[in-house]
Write a protein that binds this ligand. Sequence first.
Ligand code: SF4
Length: 522
Amino acid sequence: MAEKLRVGDNELGKLYTDGKVRKRREWRGVSDTLYDYWRWLGTMSVLAKFIVKPRNIKAMFRYRWMANYLASPMMLDRFSQGLRGEYLRIMHEEYDTVFKDIGLLLDKVFRGDKRIGNDKKYSDKVVLVDENEMTAVMMGFKTLKGLSRETISTYVPVLLNQHSMEHYIDVAQLQGLAPDVCPMPEAEAGISIDDDAPILGKCAVQCNTTCDGSLLSNGVISRRLINVDGIPVFQLAAPLRHREDDVQDYAAGEIKNAIAFIEEHTGEKWDWDYYFECAKRVNYATECRQEWLEMNRTDYPQVFGGNLALYTETNYMAICGKVVDFEKADRKITELARRAYDKKLKMVPQYRHRAIIWGVQSHYYFDFLVWLVNCWGIVPLTDMLSMVSTRKLVTEDTPENRETAYYDMAWLTENMIMRNRTHGGYKVLLDELWEYVEQFNADMVILWEHQSCKALNGMHGQFEEKAREKGIPLVWVGHDLFDPRIVSRQGVRDQINNFLRTVMNEEPIDPSLENLPDEKSW
Ligand code: SF4
């Protein structure tokens, strides 16, 4: 029997069915259930307002990936499993903000899309940006819209429905792309090949982040953009050894070139006032995140796991200080975290392990981090993609600072959340992991082994050697990012279950979560 853990449902696995949705909503006690239900109604109303727009209905029928958005409320339920009090409120503050922003992004893309809204004047103000790049080069273009088609067609659908990208991966492979290419860029290329990407924009900026797989998909996508859609593309090539001093002049030069390209094609001018305004917001996000991470070094971590990861990624990559709502969310999250910290609250009554999650994670398409803490009492203190920039950007408008700002934007671009570790040498990938283990007083490392990510897998043996030397239990968790046919959700969970049972000799806190019939679940 599971011990009594928290108000309301304790055996969360019992809520699952083998269909798409749960048996019922989670019972969290009166006030938290009402709060959660009220936020759920908010999500439903955003969805309803979105669906009733004729433009969006048209898009629903045109684009195969669009139907996945119907599963949005389920995604929020997955990420809030077992959460109560401040943790539940932090989660909603974050995910509801992200959800609203994605709704706006869809709306903007369809407005300019030739096949849907076909608003040519609007489309001429759009610069397409790559999903896998920091959008720093848009921080000084107040009148332009930097929109990412990949975010809405690839990245978000796979969060909503783990099977959503299988079709596009197959399309890419049928056209001869190698099956061992990372499924993320491969799916993006597949969408372009399948002619399932919206067509809009005056120009586009692609970036060599994250890796060779991403370069490959950018090649396919830019060919269509330039040759078929008539949209010129700039290739922003950030240096790979990004911590070296001697590459920084080149990196800043690339930023200047990208800005000049956007100015030339849109006729708009870089606005320093807007840039410094955005830089201030990026600094505020960094300040808040540093405070959360500081708390996570203590016995009372507050913003961690699923509540740290996806929000941080969105805030740095897609937002980069351009959206005021994220500053408001940062403030509220920090207030909630401080309150919970002062009260010495814990997310679940029993914390058994303090873990650093490293590598490129697959929790985009399932609730792995929240499952870890609910099922096994493992606290995911931080993860590789959340250990992004800590640098304070210059914010005062002076001639010297305008020059420094190019270096700041280059720094953000080079430190894109994934490639700042998968590239740049063993110091950023290997050594810093063990520094974080010490700083966060962690007693476990969970290392994602993304089967198609050559950048990380090359260091397999060195991770193990260090773990042995330091006496820290390390578990590899294999997955294939966007392709659950290679390793299923339960296949991922089983690797943790087996490790905890056989190596650590432990029993789960909530055994009902150990095996879940969620293969088809949203
Ligand atoms: S997971 Fe690895 S292979 Fe895939 S895009 Fe990121 S760095 Fe590249």
